[in-house]
Design a protein around this ligand. Structure first.
Ligand SMILES: [Zn+2]
Length: 314
């Protein structure tokens, strides 16, 4: 049984590193997701986020996004030739046959587009197939979840969703404001919440409310259960692997059996759940899942749901 992960921040760390000291192909190279560990965990697909942090001045944000795309191709794909960039349903389907790991480029927060649909199209040509409209703050597209006014999509945001849909991209609603979420739901575009949990289990505002979970399920989307302690438990310091199972159980109770997946947020977090500290550790979670649920279900959540979703939509 393999694994697929819907969100990691390896590219952000590689960009921060600049000098090239971090090595994706080294086991102890200070990356939570690296090749040796991913191989241990039989990772078939990893989604790599392009994340430009808010402290980057707007004038440099596009450049930083491109730098992270370059890091993906130079330091993840090219260097070991073991990660295969995937851009289409056909390429994802092929992952099932070989033992190569697929890498899918996604963008976390559209700030770097600076309001240009041409930049969106360029990213598509560079292999980016999924975009989360916002990080926590407002941008040209919409408000993020931490923006107190809670605005939805802007006029440009509506144009952008339509253009993403035309190009055949997936829309990620993690980090988006509640109103933005419901604006997006009006469109036919395929949606995921790449790294969000259930608010009924952990009350953090980054998690999804029941009606949002139901809406993602209804839209045949996916929810990537995330390992960020503060999104797992209201007292993050006591979060355990078992607490993650509570989120799964809850989403199951809302009818989400075919809509559960995982989005670790590895390399984007400093706090970790004990026994779930890097991608090699997902075996521990898998063991717990196997104890409680039919193997066929576990296989869907740990791997098949992501692969099926992207085969269907890319
Ligand atoms: Zn995030």
């Amino acid at each position: 049984m393999g694994w697929a992960d819907g969100h990691c921040d390896v590219l952000y760390k590689l960009w921060q590193d600049g000098e090239g000291k971090l090595d994706f192909y080294s086991r102890n190279g200070n990356l939570d997701v690296n090749w040796p560990r991913a191989k241990d965990a039989k990772v078939r697909l990893q989604v790599f986020a392009i994340f430009v942090p808010p402290e980057v001045p707007r004038s440099q944000s596009w450049h930083v996004a491109l730098q992270q795309v370059d890091d993906f191709y130079e330091r993840v794909v090219q260097k070991g030739s073991r990660v295969c960039p995937v851009r289409s349903g056909e390429e994802i389907a092929l992952l099932r046959q070989g033992d190569q790991m697929g890498g899918l480029l996604a963008m976390e927060g559209a700030d770097a587009l600076q309001g240009n649909l041409s930049y969106l199209r360029l990213l598509y040509r560079l292999g980016v197939r999924q975009v989360g409209l916002t990080w926590n703050h407002a941008n040209e597209v919409a408000d993020g979840i931490e923006e107190k006014r809670g605005g939805g999509l802007t006029r440009f945001g509506h144009h952008m969703v339509q253009e993403m849909d035309r190009l055949g991209m997936v829309l990620d609603v993690s980090h988006l404001s509640v109103r933005g979420f419901w604006d997006v739901m009006e469109y036919k575009i395929p949606v995921v919440a790449s790294h969000s949990n259930a608010q009924a289990i952990c009350s953090h505002h980054r998690n999804l409310m029941d009606d949002q979970i139901r809406a993602v399920i209804q839209k045949e989307g996916l929810i990537g259960i995330t390992f960020v302690p503060k999104f797992v438990h209201d007292h993050p310091e006591v979060a355990t692997v078992d607490c993650i199972l509570k989120h799964i159980e809850y989403i199951l109770s809302l009818g989400g059996k075919n809509h559960i997946a995982f989005g670790s947020d590895f390399d984007g977090i400093d706090q970790k759940i004990p026994g779930l500290e890097h991608i090699g550790d997902v075996c521990n979670l898998k063991e717990e899942l196997i104890k409680r649920y039919p193997e066929q279900w576990v296989r869907k959540w740990t791997e098949e749901n992501w692969l099926d979703f992207y085969v269907r939509h890319l």
